[in-house]
Design a protein around this ligand. Structure first.
Ligand code: NAD
Length: 480
């Protein structure tokens, strides 16, 4: 049966919601990608009941059954990465190359977890008591609610859905309102992978209705959330109140440190990629460029030159390097912070201007500010746009202090030729991920991802560490 387009996937069926939401291309606001169903409370209830009914049997499914389903999904994503990557770029605004790369990454994640499904490990230990056997095993949580943001519409859903299924959970997937196209396409592929009805469900709709219902319902035993700090706090509060397991991945204000012995071309290249690629709309984007005073003037000059050379335009145009901002609301937030930086006394070097292109879209030139102070408000709060602030540092120790002086702790990078400083930085950066001579954004898919402080809470995502969240440990004692 052909599922009706852009409906929600509930209890093994495509069900249109009582209302729809228009999906608009941020590179060309005349381009309507489609109308997507919005679930209401009745549809959420149907999905919850269906997931709760499906979870016990799926929890007992064989690792082979799970591996086969996940591998099928990964293979189809890979085979269709060009078309899906284009759809992703069209609705989210990152470039076509970035969109295709993200879908390929989502495919790799499904294929990785297809194999992880076969590696469900436990421990058997000798007891401290005579004759007793002790066994440590892992079991599924049951029903998990997966709530995702708009900036990685394929990769983030993949890195939650794949381990959730691999470890035997029933999934309620709630994508961000702004990117239902990729979520729907991914769900359509999953719907044909041989999973029993109710094991995977797509619930598009407003966070306040669909997301909140998942937070509040006792049938949802695990909540995996990626998004803003404010929403993350609501997730944590609801989960703690009713004893559900939760993990949160939230914002960042990531530093990129440039020491006086750095290869300056590499330092600038990494800074441009970290700060401005994907229009700066990455939780791992570097927005604070902390530069040793001995190379400060030279760095700012080279950085300005590289920033001015970036080609901003339609996400699907072949020569575009920086696509549009996702929507008007985010654009207004970026412009507000740009005005704030000026008002706080940061020196505008280049960019921060609205751009006109052939199509009506939310185009903004990447903004570079110099002579910033880490205490300025725009250096402390996540902007989530193409805005970078250069902050001078007296020496390595000062740079490290500045890097760590932030409420966040997701990714932290340094550019240096000194093994001593690189090793010290790896050890002392207060972040979940550290990059030496590599951009702060751009990570492998088979190792843990996550941060510290206000950036993350709960178990790490991705790689074999994903088992920590998506399964529950049981210790059994037996006297034969
Ligand atoms: P957001 O918090 O506005 O929305 C995230 C998701 O939460 C959406 O699906 C939304 O519908 C849902 N939601 C909203 N209200 C809800 C409620 N009351 N109950 C349940 N769910 C609700 O975030 P966003 O604007 O989509 O994404 C941008 C943010 O995501 C940035 O802060 C960025 O740093 C962060 N992010 C973090 C990571 C990471 O891994 N650390 C990765 C990507 C993005």
């Amino acid at each position: 049966m052909n599922p009706s387009p852009y409906a929600n996937y509930i209890a093994g069926q495509w069900l249109e919601g009582p209302s729809q939401r228009a999906n608009i291309n941020p590179s060309d606001t005349r381009d309507l990608i489609g109308h997507y169903s919005q679930a209401d409370a009745a549809q959420v209830e149907l999905a919850l009941a269906s997931a709760a009914a499906a979870a016990p049997a799926w929890g007992l499914s064989t690792p082979q059954q799970r591996a086969d389903a996940l591998d099928t999904i990964g293979q189809e994503l890979l085979a269709r990465k060009d078309a899906l990557g284009e759809l992703l770029a069209r609705e989210e605004g990152k470039t076509r190359v970035e969109g295709i790369g993200e879908v390929a990454r989502a495919a790799a994640i499904f294929k990785f977890f297809a194999q992880e499904a076969l590696r469900q490990r436990g421990d058997k230990l000798a007891s401290v008591r005579p004759g007793v056997e002790v066994e440590v095993t892992r079991e599924p949580l049951g029903v998990v609610g997966l709530i995702t943001p708009w900036n990685f519409p394929a990769a983030i859903p993949a890195w939650k859905i794949a381990p959730a299924l691999a470890f035997g959970n029933a999934v309620l997937f709630k994508p961000a309102e702004l990117v239902p196209g990729t979520a729907w396409a991914l769900s359509e592929i999953i719907s044909r992978a041989g999973l029993p009805a109710g094991v995977f469900q797509l619930l598009m709709g407003p966070g306040a209705v669909v997301g909140q219902a998942m937070l509040d319902d006792a049938r949802v035993q695990g909540l995996s959330f990626t998004g803003s700090v404010g929403t993350g706090a609501r997730v944590a509060q609801a989960a703690v109140q009713r004893g559900a397991k939760f993990q949160l991945e939230m914002g960042g204000k990531n530093p990129w440190v440039v020491l006086d012995d750095a290869d300056l071309d590499l330092a600038v290249n990494c800074a441009v990629q970290s700060a401005f690629f994907s229009t700066g709309q990455r939780c791992t984007a570097a927005s604070r460029l902390i530069v040793h005073k001995a190379v400060y003037a030279q760095f700012v000059e080279k950085m300005a030159e590289a920033t001015r050379a970036l080609r901003v335009g339609h996400a699907l145009a072949p020569d575009t390097q920086i696509g549009p901002v996702i929507d008007e609301q985010q654009l207004n937030q970026d412009l507000r912070y740009i005005a704030m930086a000026r008002a706080e006394g940061a020196r505008p070097v280049c960019g921060g201007e609205l751009l006109k292109r052939d199509t009506p879209g939310h185009f903004l030139s990447p903004a570079l500010f110099a002579d910033c102070d880490n205490a300025m408000q725009h250096c402390r709060e996540e902007i989530f746009g193409p805005v970078a602030s250069v902050i001078p540092a007296d020496n390595y120790e000062h740079a490290l202090d500045l890097a760590n002086d932030t409420p966040f702790g997701l990714s932290s990078g340094i550019c240096t030729r000194s093994l001593k400083h690189a090793s010290h930085f790896k050890r002392h950066a207060q972040a979940g991920m550290v990059m030496v001579n590599l951009p702060t954004a751009g990570v492998d898919y088979h190792v843990p991802f996550g941060g510290r402080k206000a950036s993350s809470q709960g178990a790490r995502e991705q790689g074999s560490y994903a088992a920590e969240f998506f399964s529950s440990v049981k210790t059994s004692y037996l006297l034969p």
